[in-house]
Structure formats: C-alpha cells, structure tokens
Design a binder for this molecule. Structure first.
Ligand code: PBG
Length: 329
C-alpha cells in the first residue's frame, strides 16, 4: 500500500529505530590490515603517498601486530621489501628473508593474530614484474615453480594463509598441491581471484618500490571492462582449492563483488587498495571531505556490495573508532 499509509520516513525517525532496521554491519572482525615490512631495526618510515601508513622493521611490525590484536582486528596481510632483488626474485623464498623473519617474530609474540602473506614477485625482482621473464614476457609455468617455493617458505615460517596476487593461471592449484604434499594442509589460500590492471595501485608501488621497469601488467591482470571474465577467474580458483576469494580493487568494482558473492556464496574478500585510501586521505587533508565519515561510508558500501572481508589500510583507524563506540554512520 502506498502513501499516505506507507511512510518510509517512519523507520528513520530515531537513532534507535535506525539501528534496528540497519541491514549491513561493519566490525573490526571484517577487516584485514596490510603491513609493509622492511629490513633494519626500529624503522618506521611513513609512505609519502599513503599518509598514516609506514614501512616497518620486524620489531615495529610485532608492536603493530599487538596493537591490532588489541583493537580486535583478526588478521594482517604482509608485504615485504627485501634486502636484495634479482632476475628471478629469489629473496622471496629465502628462509631468512624479510617476510619469513616477520612471520617468526609475530607468531612468537602475537600468536592470536592470523598471519597472511601476499605472494608475488614484483617486490623481489629487479625488473618489477610478477615472475620469471623470457624477453619481455612473463613465463606462467616457470613462475608457478617458484611461487610454490615461496609458499612453502612462508608456511615453514608460520603463515596461516597465503594470498597469490600475481594472476598467474594455475597458481592456486599448484600452491594447494605443494602445501598438502609438505604437510601444510591447514594453511589456507586467499586467492586474488579477480584482480584488475588498475591505476589505483599507484601509491602501493611507491610503498614497496615495485613499479615495473618497462611495460605494464595488462598481460596478466584483468581488463577493468570485464565482468563475465571475472566470474570465470573466480570459478577456476574455487575449483583449484581457494578458501577465500578476492576482488581487487573494491570501489570501481563493487558490481563484481556483488556478482561474485551472489554467484558463488563463498567467503568473499575485497581489497580497498592504496589509491582508494590515498584519495580519501588527500581530500580530507585539504578539508574538502570529512575523512572519518567518508571512510565509514566507503567500508560500509564494500560490505553492502557483498564482501565478508575487507582488506584495508583503514582497518586500524576504523577499529579505533569502533572501540570508542563511533564505528557507525
Ligand atoms: C603485488 C600486489 C599489488 C598490490 C597488492 N599486491 C600491486 C600490483 O599488482 O601492482 C596492490 C595493493 C594496493 O594498491 O593497495 N602484485
């Protein structure tokens, strides 16, 4: 029945009523905080294009891990900036590498925190591409062999979840098999299943110095125009054994998140990437928007689209607000 019997505004009249009919929730448990680890001690270097985000040495990552745990953030996603880079990115599977040291430190000091690692080679190769090259071409199957080495090295150091981000065909299956054969059947895989070739990764590439020295990533990351292809990518990763599937970036791809959730009903993650963070921070610094409110609206929107889990540089700020009872719009 229409107006005047139905009045939609009735349910919006008080904060209590609004809270009762609110459809989407946002809690620290929905969030994963990405952290950047660098060699050294007591290093806490702010990333220019990501205000409030830092390159941290292992001791600092451990401190940060404790704070995040206390704020109710269940998981972190680790990115490494290694001591050395070479053609094949071999520092990525060095048992004494930067990520491996961070994992051991965190496992020992913050055992409650779920440790996830990003698996890719762009931070570790001298050319900045995500694996082994032949000429200018990324070699898929040769890279699978080293991604399994990287996976096992992270698992030995204490990773609970590994997250392949290179958009290589067959990576999830190869990793699952490698893990199972080595007795790591409890280590999970969060697959960057539909990862688009996006300019929103710009600040991240500053943070880890991983911009490709030539060309771009369009021959492995997806064309932002494609939605049907995203569903095929996700279906393949599920078949290969992914436990959590991810869509990345989030904001220009909310339709993909919604479709993926509806189609597969899997635990679905969305990556609220560096450029999305930087835009809000920059506009807030200029006083053009209310940064806190826009952050809340953004995270809520990603949840409403269908994401169970959001990987976001806002995770810590959000959890701090939530703890003060200010985590809702
Ligand atoms: C590694 C990787 C990237 C991001 C996560 N893992 C960069 C890229 O693909 O170029 C981007 C994260 C962000 O922008 O926040 N391949």
């Amino acid at each position: 029945m229409g107006f005047p019997f139905s009045r939609m505004r009735r349910l919006r009249s008080t904060p209590g009523l609004r809270s009762m009919v609110r459809e989407t929730t946002l809690q620290p448990a929905n969030l994963i905080m990405p952290l950047f680890v660098v060699p050294g001690e007591r290093v806490k270097r702010e990333i220019k294009s990501m205000p409030g985000q830092f390159q941290l040495s292992v001791d600092q990552v451990v401190d940060e891990g404790k704070k995040l745990r206390d704020l109710g953030i269940p998981a972190i996603l680790l990115f490494g900036i290694p001591e050395y880079k070479d053609e094949s990115g071999s520092s990525a599977w060095d048992d004494k590498g930067i990520i491996q040291r961070a994992l051991r430190g965190l496992k020992e000091s913050v055992p409650e925190l779920l440790l996830m690692t990003d698996l890719c080679f762009c931070e570790y190769t001298s050319h900045g591409h995500c694996g082994i090259l032949k000429g200018h071409e990324l070699q898929n199957d040769a890279t699978l062999e080293i991604i399994v080495k990287q996976t096992l090295s992270h698992a030995r150091a204490g990773a609970d979840f590994v997250a392949p981000s290179g958009m290589l065909d067959g990576a999830v299956g190869a990793m699952r098999q490698g893990l199972d054969e080595s007795g790591f059947s409890n280590v999970g895989i969060m697959a960057y299943a539909a990862k688009f070739a996006s300019s929103f990764y710009g600040p991240f590439r500053d943070a880890v110095a991983s911009a490709p020295s030539f060309g771009d990533r369009k021959s492995y990351q997806m064309d932002p125009a494609n939605a049907r292809e995203a569903l095929r990518e996700v279906a393949l990763d599920i078949e290969e054994g992914a436990d959590i599937i991810m869509v990345k970036p989030a904001l220009a791809f909310l339709d993909i998140i919604a479709k993926v959730k509806q189609e597969f009903g899997m635990p679905t993650a969305a990556y609220n990437v560096s450029g999305e963070y930087a835009m809000i921070k920059a506009a807030a610094e200029k006083g053009w928007i209310d940064g806190e409110r826009v952050m809340l609206e953004t995270l809520l929107g990603i949840r409403r689209a269908g994401a169970d889990i959001i990987i976001s540089y806002f995770a810590r700020d959000f959890a701090a607000l939530y703890q003060q009872g200010k985590g809702m719009l």
